[in-house]
Ligand binder design. Structure first.
Ligand code: MN
Length: 200
């Protein structure tokens, strides 16, 4: 069984950047929903419980057809939210340091240019989805956007930083104003986690 992780901080810990009510609904309803539906799908092929979620999403072709779409959607939702909570922190924000900053500068010119391109990807993702900073198997980083809960790891890309731009991630506080949510997000980005993901 895949287990819904607890948030690594209190529901209100990201206030005022991300509000308590959104965190409660997002974790306790949406993330729990993905987790439960992933488990129900995999119960039909319980041998898959031996695999990690990364292994499952990394090779969706190997998943039996009768549950593949359910696993793609709910497995993606499960995995992405596991990452998302850790990619934010009450002590987050500011700028990264070390290797991740070096590679961001190398790829995007400077940190503000990176922020601009990432925010633009988040803003222009049409409908539900995510914007990501990812690393490929050569170590190169890039910004991508994905629809629904399609996972970068299905395309061999490792997520380093992701922003959830499904309306459920911001609608209670920001209604249709996605740019406000993206702006608030920069203040809670857990660069230590991004850095750890980059070097591991
Ligand atoms: Mn979400």
């Amino acid at each position: 069984m895949f287990k819904l992780p607890n948030l690594p901080y209190d529901y209100n810990a990201l206030e005022p950047r991300v509000d308590e009510e959104t965190m409660k609904v997002h974790h306790d309803k949406h993330h729990k929903g993905y987790t439960d539906k992933l488990n129900s799908a995999i119960e039909k092929h319980p041998e898959l419980f031996e695999k990690s979620i990364e292994e499952i999403l990394g090779n969706l072709e190997a998943i039996p057809k009768d549950i593949r779409l359910a696993v793609q959607n709910n497995g993606g939702g499960y995995y992405h939210h596991n990452l998302f909570w850790e990619m934010m922190s009450p002590d987050g924000g500011g700028e990264p340091t070390g290797e991740i900053l070096d590679v961001i500068i190398q790829e995007f010119g400077n940190f503000n240019k990176f922020k601009e391109e990432f925010a633009n990807a988040a803003l222009t993702q049409f409908g539900s989805g995510w914007a990501w900073l990812v690393k490929d198997n050569t170590g190169a980083i890039s910004i991508i956007k994905t629809s629904n809960q399609d996972s970068p790891i299905t395309n061999g890309l490792k997520p380093l930083l992701g922003i959830d731009v499904w309306e459920h991630a911001y609608y209670l506080k920001h209604q249709n104003r996605r740019p406000e949510f993206i702006e608030a997000f920069w203040n809670v980005v857990n660069w230590d986690k991004v850095s750890e993901l980059y070097i591991s």
